[in-house]
Every structure is written in structure tokens, then in C-alpha cells.
Design a protein around this ligand. Structure first.
Ligand code: NAP
Length: 257
């Protein structure tokens, strides 16, 4: 069947309290999924309010993705409802803007705990509850495709790519797919604190000449969770307005106009 509908499917989204995660959770509910939206906050963030006429449903659970026991509790809670997990979006991530000669081991550890270990723990906890045709989407970054200057964040997103590829290989025989989306500059609370110079320089490197919206990332995530992408696994999809595709050639092209 050719459809982006996710009726009857249960999807867990991490870091869903705001930004891209909230948009993903809302769009997945519209597509008919039962969404288990998780974030650090104890109670459901306002951004997760969905219309009562939505096709699916949303439940909120507190979860720190770096906490293995939190993942075990979530898995037990899902099991106690008799639900199978059909999708997981490892969206939670933190940034860290120290540069090469200033970055500390603690900086590296902090971003790795959330951006890399958080995704590993999620896969480990929920894969046992997944049937064939389940789909996992890891949220990387153009930082994981380039030499983006914040070294700890960049190294964590490159590491996440490795994790994704191993997971795609290991879980493929069970029919479980794992893909990665790599957002460019997306307007969210995370990027709201970026310096104007960063915004300007990024736009100069982006062929579409603008920043992206959270819905533009959520749409690709929905595609990867849907049956329309049933033969896609181990893929990496930049959602970056072309920022990573030109490999540094844009400034040369612009100079020759
Ligand atoms: P965001 O606005 O900062 O939202 C991230 C959410 O994750 C927040 O609600 C945050 O909670 C939560 N979170 C942080 N640490 C967590 C933890 N340990 N466990 C569970 N939840 C946690 O970020 P975003 O811009 O939507 O980014 C979402 C993902 O896209 C991240 O993986 C990010 O690296 C990636 N990304 C973003 C961009 C961009 O331009 N925005 C570009 C490339 C990649 P608190 O607010 O309470 O900390």
C-alpha cells in the first residue's frame, strides 16, 4: 500500500518537548500513530498539545535518554500495555560549542552521553519490543558530515553515524530498518542561541538560501517511519537546503558569478 499513514503503529520520540522532536511527535499523531513522546520535563510540555480530531494519539513520559534505568522503565511500561514498538526516533540531542583547543574531556563526555549513548540505549531497550517492519530514525546533523567547528558536538554526530550503520547491519535480518537524517540550520530553541555571524555564514553555504523549519525535518522522519521507505535502511538523508552537498564548492561558485 502506498501511504504515509501510520495507523495502529506505536512510535517513541525522544527529546520531544520542543523543537524538531515536538514537530515530529505532532506530525506522527496526524499520520495516525500512537506516539509516546518523551523528554526531560516531568509533565507534558505545551508544545505537544495535539488536536482531539487527530487521527492518532499522544502520551507523554519523562525520560532522560542517557539513563539506562529510565529506558528499562519505559520498555516495561510499554510492555505492560501490550504494545509493540513500531518506530523509534532518537531525536534528543544537546550542543556544545567549545572549539578544538578549548574542549575538555568533560565536554566530550557530556555530548556523547546524550547524542550517542542515548541513542544506543534506546535501541537496546526497545529493539526487543519491535516486530519486523519496525523503523528507527537517528537524528544526526550536518556537523556529522563536515568539519563543523564545535568539536565535541561534531565528533558525537560522526559517532552516531557509526552506531546507525552497525544497527542497520545487525537488525536488518529482523526486518528492522535504521536510517539517519542530518538537519542543517533548523529554526528551534537550540539554534535560537546561535550568534548572528553563525546564521549569516551558514546561509552563505546553503544553496536554498534559507534556514529550515521543524516540519521540513519531521516530514522526512515520517517518510522513514512509513512503509513507503520499506527497502531503505542504513541511509543518511541531509535535510539541509543543500549545505553539505557542495563540499565547500559554493563559495567558489559564488565568487565566479
Ligand atoms: P532543542 O530545541 O534543544 O530540543 C531538544 C530537546 O531534547 C529539548 O526538549 C531538550 O530538553 C531535550 N533533551 C536534552 N537532553 C536530553 C536528554 N538527556 N534526554 C532527553 N531529552 C533531552 O533541539 P533541536 O534543535 O530540536 O534538535 C533536535 C535534534 O536535532 C538534536 O539531536 C540536534 O542535535 C539535531 N540537530 C538540530 C539542528 C538545528 O539546527 N536545530 C541541526 C542539526 C541537528 P531541555 O530543553 O530541557 O534540555
Amino acid at each position: 500500500m502506498v501511504s504515509l499513514q501510520l495507523d495502529g503503529r506505536t512510535v517513541v520520540v525522544t527529546g520531544a518537548g520542543q523543537g524538531q522532536g515536538a514537530a515530529e511527535a505532532r506530525m506522527l499523531v496526524e499520520a495516525g500513530a500512537r506516539v509516546i513522546a518523551t523528554d526531560l520535563a516531568l509533565t507534558m510540555p505545551a508544545e505537544l498539545a495535539v488536536s482531539s480530531s487527530s487521527a492518532g494519539a499522544l502520551v507523554y513520559r519523562q525520560l532522560d535518554v542517557s539513563d539506562a534505568s529510565g529506558w528499562s522503565e519505559l520498555a516495561s511500561w510499554i510492555e505492560s500495555h501490550g504494545w509493540q514498538v513500531d518506530g523509534l526516533v532518537n531525536n534528543a540531542g544537546i550542543t556544545q560549542r567549545s572549539r578544538l583547543l578549548d574542549a575538555s574531556v568533560a565536554d566530550l563526555q557530556r555530548v556523547y552521553e546524550v547524542n550517542v549513548a542515548g541513542s544506543l540505549l534506546g535501541i537496546q531497550a526497545l529493539a526487543p519490543l519491535m516486530g519486523s517492519a519496525a523503523s528507527i530514525v537517528n537524528v544526526g546533523s550536518v556537523a556529522g558530515l563536515t568539519a563543523h567547528y564545535p568539536v565535541a558536538y561534531t565528533a558525537s554526530k560522526w559517532a552516531l553515524r557509526g552506531l546507525s550503520q552497525v544497527a542497520a547491519m545487525e537488525l536488518g535480518p529482523r526486518g528492522i530498518r535504521i536510517n539517519t537524517v542530518h538537519p542543517g540550520f533548523i529554526e528551534t530553541p537550540m539554534t535560537a542561541s546561535a550568534k548572528p555571524e553563525f546564521r549569516q555564514a551558514t546561509l552563505a553555504e546553503t544553496p536554498l538560501g534559507r534556514t529550515g523549519s521543524v516540519e521540513e525535518v519531521a516530514g522526512v522522519v515520517l517518510f522513514l517511519l512509513s512503509p513507503l521507505s520499506s527497502f531503505v535502511t542504513g541511509a543518511e538523508i541531509p535535510v539541509d537546503g543543500g549545505q553539505s552537498g557542495h563540499g565547500g564548492a559554493k563559495s567558489v561558485s559564488d565568487a565566479m558569478r
